[in-house]
Design a protein. Structure first.
Length: 196
């Protein structure tokens, strides 16, 4: 992969992930999630053929559509953008900065441990894993946790693409992505019926 394309993709990935973290509107968050999957697709193409990497893109966009349709079908009174997610811009920026520092420190060690990894791709995968963990750790809302798990899995897929090029593994990871979105959609609908 061209160094300029990789650097531009990583910078855009950091911007999109930070914007997704700071946005409260669920529609924008899903839009940013689809952009994250597009950038993860670009990073995966460094290791996999285009046809196999497209499986990740399509499954990610389908998972985004499932979450979006679930949110659209909920009554407007049930959909809350903020919920329990922290809204302090300073806190969220510092947490994202900590993820950037940790990914920057861990990426060279991982490349030294396994030589088949590209340093930029490893940084992007570790950054996505950290941002996904940040989403899951900061909220108890099912929608936010579903987003976090999907981002975390996208980061894992970016790193794992450098290790395995099996079509079966790509299919199983795509099923896992769709499974996370379907379980999140079910839990969002089930939680709606339990409220007074």
């Amino acid at each position: 992969m061209n160094a300029f394309v990789l650097g531009f993709s990583l910078a855009l990935l950091a911007i999109v992930c930070l914007a997704q973290l700071l946005t409260l509107d669920w529609r924008w968050r899903l839009g940013y999630l689809s952009a994250i999957y597009l950038l993860a697709f670009v990073l995966i193409t460094a290791s996999w053929p285009l046809e196999l990497a497209a499986v990740k893109l399509v499954s990610g966009w389908m998972a985004t559509a499932v979450l979006g349709l679930t949110q659209l079908n909920k009554p407007e009174s049930e959909v809350s953008d903020a919920d329990d997610f922290p809204q302090s811009l300073l806190f969220l920026s510092m947490a994202a900065g900590l993820v950037i520092v940790l990914a920057s420190g861990a990426a060279p060690a991982m490349v030294a441990w396994a030589r088949q990894f590209d340093p930029g791709v490893v940084w992007g995968g570790l950054f996505l894993i950290g941002m996904g963990l940040l989403h899951v750790g900061l909220s108890s809302n099912v929608f936010n946790n579903g987003l976090g798990l999907l981002i975390l899995l996208a980061g894992f897929e970016v790193i794992y693409a450098g290790v395995e090029t099996s079509i079966l593994v790509a299919g199983l990871l795509a099923l896992l992505t769709l499974g996370i979105s379907l379980v999140s959609a079910f839990l969002m609908q089930a939680g709606e019926g339990q409220r007074p």
